[in-house]
Design a protein around this ligand. Structure first.
Ligand code: PHB
Length: 359
């Protein structure tokens, strides 16, 4: 953007005023209650972190077929909407803003997690390398079932219903999760999409599911309430593309026309830790608000704002371990260390018991 960005001052982003430019990144924490319903412990966790300029919740399933991990919340049942309502009320009472991330895992699942032990669905029947996290521990991924062309409109409808549910739950907006090897990303990249219908083959066809989901969601709730997340060079979940720069330049061009609130980009590869793509090119093509993610600490964030590498940054692990992260950044205070052992699953320990500066 420009060199006058003050990361700690309120930022006007579309119709919203963010209290600062540090966004809490979506983080899977596997602590939803029975029925994948958000519970009071989750309310406390998000409330503690409402000093973020914006919270993006953990990825949340749009339908029962979208589930890939135990204890991850959904946004498709009335009970889930009610559970999330308590989260949004708590964040708003603290003056924060909160978007929910809409998720379909596609092939990153296991029959034991799906209704009637269904086979996970994907663009093509290609088994990802690795293991699913099931209720009884890790189990090898199974070969997914390729979606029929005629089934895709119902999945787009599931995103729409989830986005409307998000409005009913009091969210300020939604983030379409098109990253990290889950369903939409499986369609975008040529390693996992070998379809011969209008959803595969050409680059334009591979982008079609994201295009249709984006258009349907913004029609339902408005482009200014909608963001999209991408991870162009992430190989996490055994996903790859033969030419990620070209693919994701085209995605950025495609998304540029809609007036979305932001584009959220995971810069680099979770697996190798490398970042080789030209992300400035994606930012330039998208034209709107660019939210950078991937190992940003205070120093790197300020540099990115100064040199025009980002309009917002999202931060995961540091927010997980520091509920008052923005206060600590502002004061130059020491940070709590994130504890890997309690990232996924469990109770309050490693979730709501990280200390605040003044406590
Ligand atoms: C995970 O559960 O490991 C996970 C979920 C969503 C992501 C990335 C990782 O986008």
């Amino acid at each position: 953007m420009n060199t006058t960005i003050d990361a700690f001052s309120p930022a006007k982003i579309g119709p919203y005023t963010l209290n600062n430019r540090f966004v809490m990144a979506p983080l899977t924490r596997n602590r939803a209650g029975a029925g994948n319903v958000p519970q009071p412990l989750n309310v406390e966790y998000y409330k503690q972190r409402s000093g973020a300029g914006l919270i993006i919740t953990e990825a949340s399933q749009i339908s029962p077929m979208a589930v890939g991990y135990p204890g991850t919340p959904g946004i498709h049942s009335p009970e889930q909407v009610k559970g999330w309502r308590a989260v949004t009320d708590a964040v708003h009472a603290k003056g924060g803003l909160v978007f929910i991330q809409l998720w379909h895992v596609g092939r990153i699942s296991h029959p034991s997690l799906l209704p009637g032990n269904a086979t996970p669905v994907a663009p093509s029947a290609i088994r990802p390398d690795g293991e699913a996290f099931t209720m009884t521990g890790p189990q090898p991924f199974e070969t997914p079932r390729a979606l029929e062309t005629e089934e895709i409109p119902a999945i787009v409808e599931d995103y729409v219903r989830a986005a409307k549910n998000a409005m009913d739950a009091g969210f300020d907006g939604v983030e379409i999760h098109a990253a990290n090897g889950y369903l939409i990303d499986q369609f975008l990249r040529d390693g996992s999409n070998k379809r011969t219908d209008r959803y595969g083959g050409s680059l334009e066809n591979r982008l079609r599911l994201l295009k249709e989901v984006t258009e349907a969601v913004i029609t339902a709730i408005g482009p200014e309430k909608t963001g999209v997340r991408l991870s162009p060079e992430n190989t996490f979940n055994d996903i790859r593309d033969s030419d990620p720069q070209t693919t994701f330049n085209a995605v950025a061009d495609m998304l540029a026309g809609y007036g979305l609130l932001y584009l959220h980009v995971v810069e680099g590869d979770f697996v190798s830790g490398e970042a080789k793509l030209d992300y400035r090119e994606l930012k330039r093509r998208f034209k709107g608000v660019y939210m950078a993610n991937g190992g940003y600490d205070l120093e790197r964030s300020l540099k990115a704002f100064e040199y025009g590498g980002a309009d917002l940054v999202s931060i995961g692990k540091l927010f997980l371990a520091n509920p008052d992260l923005v206060v600590r950044f502002r004061k130059g205070a020491a940070l709590n260390e994130p504890d890997q052992a309690t990232f996924y699953g469990g109770g309050a320990e490693g979730y709501t018991d990280y200390p605040f500066l003044e406590s």
